[in-house]
Design a protein around this ligand. Sequence first.
Ligand SMILES: [Zn+2]
Ligand SMILES: [Zn+2]
Length: 182
Amino acid sequence: MQDFCSSEEYNQRPTWDEYFLMLAKLAATRSTCLAFPVGAVIVKNKQVVATGYNGSPSGSAHCTTQGYCYPGLSSCDASKILPSRAVHAEANAIAQAAKYGISTESASIYVTLEPCLSCLKLIISAGIKEVFYETSFNSGEKALVRDSFIKEGLVTINQVQLSEAIATKAAASLLGSTSIST
Ligand SMILES: [Zn+2]
Ligand SMILES: [Zn+2]
């Protein structure tokens, strides 16, 4: 009889960081503003308390249905004058927590893209203490401001990555039957 649990790789479980990053990546697939499909997950005591993704304000037309942020644009970030209509994933997750009365005090947030400064300020003011992100975003002056917040002890910011083995296993789970091998 074949021992289907014998493969070391098959039995490998994601770390907590990988687990929450994967959930943030799944949230990003719901993004409706197309410039940056970003997902965010707020975590407290290893429990997900809120999720968010980039998109126009709740109830407003989706960029995906009206043709980018404004009709006639060739992409959401094509206009030099018109501002993006998107509420960022982190802001949406914090707004979701506020809407349902869930405390974000001392929570962590996992994001697929390093938070912009506006979101980072919001994260700090919401009492979120740890940021984990996959892809870097801030540079130059913005990175300096970010680093000053870290230096002040307001927040910690760490880059996290999925291992190839976990990503491969997750992709196979998404593509096929997850719970019963076929
Ligand atoms: Zn847009
Ligand atoms: Zn942002």
